[in-house]
Each structure stands twice: as C-alpha cells, then as structure tokens.
Design a protein around this ligand. Structure first.
Ligand SMILES: C[S@@+](CC[C@H](N)C(=O)[O-])C[C@H]1O[C@@H](n2cnc3c(N)ncnc32)[C@H](O)[C@@H]1O
Length: 184
C-alpha cells in the first residue's frame, strides 16, 4: 500500500448517484458491493430487498452483518495478483465507489449479468486541486468509465463534475446496463 492512498476514508451515507439509480437494478436481483468498506451501498440494497455480496480486503466494516441469510462477505485482496475471486459470477447490480484499481476494471464490468446495472463512482483527474486522492493511479481520466464500458454495456447516465459534498472533489460516475434479460 502506498502512502498517498485515500481509500480507507469512507463517507457516511450513500452516494446520491447510487441512490438515484438504485431503482434500475432488477428487483430482488443480487448486488455486489466491490471494495465495500463499511458497506454503505450494499446496505442500501439489502434494505431494498436485494441479496448482497460485500467484498473487500478488510471486511471489518461489514462484520455486523455476518450471518444474515441474504448476504455474503468475501474477504479478498484485488490487487495482490491472486486469481480474480469472482470469476464466473454475475450480478443484477454491481456497485463500486471511491475505489479504482485499473487492472480489474474489465473484471468488474464482466460481473454485470444480462439486464444488470453497473453503478460506478470515483475520483477523477483534477481532484488533485482539492487534495487526496492526487495520485493519478487513483484518478479516472476524462471519459475513462465511458470508454471502459463501450461495446459491453449501454450507458444510461455518465458525468464528470466538481462536487461540494461530502467535500469538494472531482468525481466521475456512470450508470450502465448490460442488454438482455434480468439476472437473479
Ligand atoms: C475509500 S474506501 C471506499 C469504501 C466504499 N466503497 C464506500 O465508498 O463507502 C476504499 C475501500 O477499498 C478497499 N480496498 C483497498 N485496497 C483493496 C484491495 N487491494 N483489495 C480489496 N479491497 C481494497 C479498502 O479496504 C476500502 O474499504
């Protein structure tokens, strides 16, 4: 882990982007909260009646949920070079916020099953003017999420913008859907 790593800082409350598009995830379909931290988005989907996979290298933030039948906790280091732990899995909803590790971006997109929705939001270039993350490894390039899903998912909404809350930042976010019938 490098020093300029802001990825343990987790805002309280769901992202307005995820809340806005949560209803696009097919009802009762399974949801993956990737690099979940405290699981604020997985919890949102649990409350909406979805089974949820919470995945992170540090799952202490969701330990209180252990044992609930409609959820699964996966402790995995996505950056350590181990085989991708979610190979072959598909979800009706895939949520990633405030996390970027470019080598697994194609793997994350593969997780979206037919009819499923990807909701991805993280920091983008320009954020260095406001503070961390400032390392380009953790900042999306202009249009990067849009380009990442091109030819794979249908873009429903996409933006890069400066936000004021929970603190000033440059973020990029996307809501995109895979064509086809609903994934359970
Ligand atoms: C800033 S937090 C974001 C948490 C959550 N997505 C949110 O927005 O509330 C980044 C998360 O990425 C996780 N993470 C960082 N490096 C990881 C790795 N190599 N493998 C798996 N998870 C990792 C951290 O443990 C942390 O929970």
């Amino acid at each position: 882990m490098i020093q300029d790593d802001p990825r343990h800082r987790t805002p309280i409350g769901a992202s307005p982007w995820v809340e806005r598009f949560a209803g696009l995830v097919p009802p009762a379909g399974s949801v993956a909260d990737i690099a979940c931290g405290g699981g604020r988005h997985g919890r949102l989907f649990l409350d909406r009646g979805h089974p949820v996979l919470f995945a992170d290298r540090d799952v202490a933030g969701v330990a209180d949920l252990a044992g609930r039948p409609e959820m699964e906790i996966l402790q995995a280091d996505f950056e350590g070079g181990a085989p991708w732990p979610l190979a072959g899995r598909h979800f009706a909803g895939v949520v990633v916020t405030n996390y970027l590790w470019r080598p697994i971006l194609p793997r994350i997109i593969e997780l979206v099953g037919p009819g499923g929705v990807l909701l991805y939001e993280t920091f983008a270039r320009g954020n260095e003017a406001f503070g961390r993350p400032s390392n380009p490894d953790f900042l999306l390039k202009p249009g990067e999420l849009f380009e990442a899903v091109r030819g794979k998912l249908v873009v429903l909404a996409y933006a890069q913008r400066v936000v004021d809350a929970p603190r000033p930042a440059v973020i990029q976010h996307i809501a995109a859907q895979r064509a086809g019938g609903a994934t359970a």
